[in-house]
Write a protein of this length. Structure first.
Length: 424
């Protein structure tokens, strides 16, 4: 038998399909102030699928300052930090609800994007950078500064191995609700107070979703229908949930116990970050995530303690975080964090070149480490378990902080008679 590379009679069988892009304007208006919510209705048409990974949210940021700034840095995730909450509905059924979106975006920007990406492609698209977000430069007093962005969204539309089956969602459009943060200081920092634009337009302008669709021929749809064998369509995707806990670190040693109500059939991982400037300050990045003298931690899930032996060094902390994200031994895993961003104990000092910390704790709860998402429910069933995160801090000063937990979980969306329902 000859290897396939020596065979030249292979024929590729494929059904006709058409790839096209559609610009979908936000409902009612394209201009939004901080704290407002943009609603985007994605049409559901026969024979059509959405490629969420190839679709982007496009918008223009418009700001000004009463006193001219010398620098104005976005958060590490760029303009994604301006999103407070992302929800996706089908009809009245809520399919996704992620609060504190920008915090998760900053975390994953540092751990899942290569340095070349955050300082190249994503710097242009979203305004990312390694140490902090893109410097928007001098913000003048006499005129508005306007900057354009086009960002991929972190949502169930892209966190899946499949195209989104829009053809099956015939009962209603797929509705995205994008709530912007309540203050510009929650996604940028500068040496002077920066405000929403007071000239024409609002803070976020020309908001629209540039969707990439695939239209499949009737012959192709017949193949899909035959594969379903009359059963409801089941669409597997990954999602995130957010939980917050306000506490403080002291001048000395303190153990904290944070309840995490992450009750899912398939919990994949938990991520924890601790922040001091979560409410937003003029010259402090709100996504600064120091270590705050963490000395050890554990997570109790029901009767189980994970890890079984408490990590108690920074290399051990990072190894567990990388394991939760994929594989600690992967030599080519994308990341862009630096040594200083992982080992700094206190909030960053203000300045144009300030380095925003990216320290995080990760807990892997999947059954098989480093395995692809081949089927649903590879994670831990925590639907009846109580979960507690128990870190111990050994800090040299008293600081009020907030701990954000992000739970990564599998969910199954079932589509029957044109209506989607979700199970997790």
């Amino acid at each position: 038998m000859l290897p396939s590379k020596l065979m030249y009679n292979n024929k590729i069988a494929s059904a006709y399909a058409r790839n096209f892009t559609s610009v979908i304007d936000a409902q009612n208006t394209s201009e939004y102030s901080v704290g407002q919510t943009a609603i985007i209705n994605l049409p559901t048409m026969n024979n059509q699928f959405l490629s969420g990974a190839d679709s982007v949210l496009s918008l223009k940021l418009k700001i000004r300052s009463a006193v001219q700034t010398t620098y104005c840095n976005l958060n590490r995730c760029g303009i994604a930090g301006a999103i407070q909450r992302l929800r996706i509905f089908h009809g009245s059924n809520l399919l996704m609800d992620l609060d504190n979106y920008g915090t998760l975006a900053s975390l994953l920007t540092s751990y899942q994007l290569a340095k070349e990406d955050v300082e190249g492609k994503h710097k242009v698209l979203a305004g990312t950078e390694q140490s902090h977000g893109r410097n928007l430069g001098v913000i003048a007093t006499g005129a508005d500064t306007e900057v354009e962005f086009a960002i991929p969204l972190l949502s169930i539309l892209s966190l899946t191995d499949n195209y989104v089956p829009m053809f099956a969602l015939t009962n209603a459009p797929l509705r995205m609700e994008i709530q912007f943060v309540s203050d510009v200081n929650l996604f940028l920092s500068a040496d002077q107070l920066v405000n929403s634009a007071v000239g024409s337009g609002k803070t976020f302008n020309d908001v629209k979703f540039i969707a990439n669709f695939v239209e499949v021929s009737d012959a192709g749809m017949a193949i899909i229908a035959e594969s379903l064998q009359g059963r409801p369509l089941e669409w597997v995707c990954q999602s995130y949930a957010n939980y917050v806990f306000n506490t403080s670190v002291v001048n000395g040693t303190k153990q904290v116990s944070m309840p995490v109500p992450a009750k899912f059939n398939s919990l994949k991982a938990l991520y924890f970050v601790t922040r001091q400037h979560f409410a937003g300050d003029t010259d402090q990045p709100s996504d600064d995530m120091p270590r705050f003298g963490l000395s050890e931690y554990s997570v109790r899930i029901g009767s189980k303690v994970i890890p079984s032996t408490k990590p108690n060094t920074t290399p051990q902390f990072l190894a567990e975080m990388e394991r939760a994200l994929g594989s600690v031994g992967n030599r080519v895993s994308p990341h862009n964090y630096t040594y200083a961003q992982i080992t700094t104990d206190d909030s960053v000092a203000p300045g144009a070149n300030a380095v925003s910390s990216a320290f995080a704790i990760g807990i892997e709860t999947e059954s098989y480490s480093s395995a692809p998402m081949g089927s649903v429910y590879q994670g831990l069933n925590t639907s009846t378990d109580d979960i507690f995160y128990q870190p111990t801090y050994a800090h040299d000063g008293a600081v009020d902080v907030r701990i954000d937990c992000f739970a990564s979980y599998d969910q199954l969306i079932t589509i029957e008679n044109g209506q989607a329902s979700v199970q997790f």
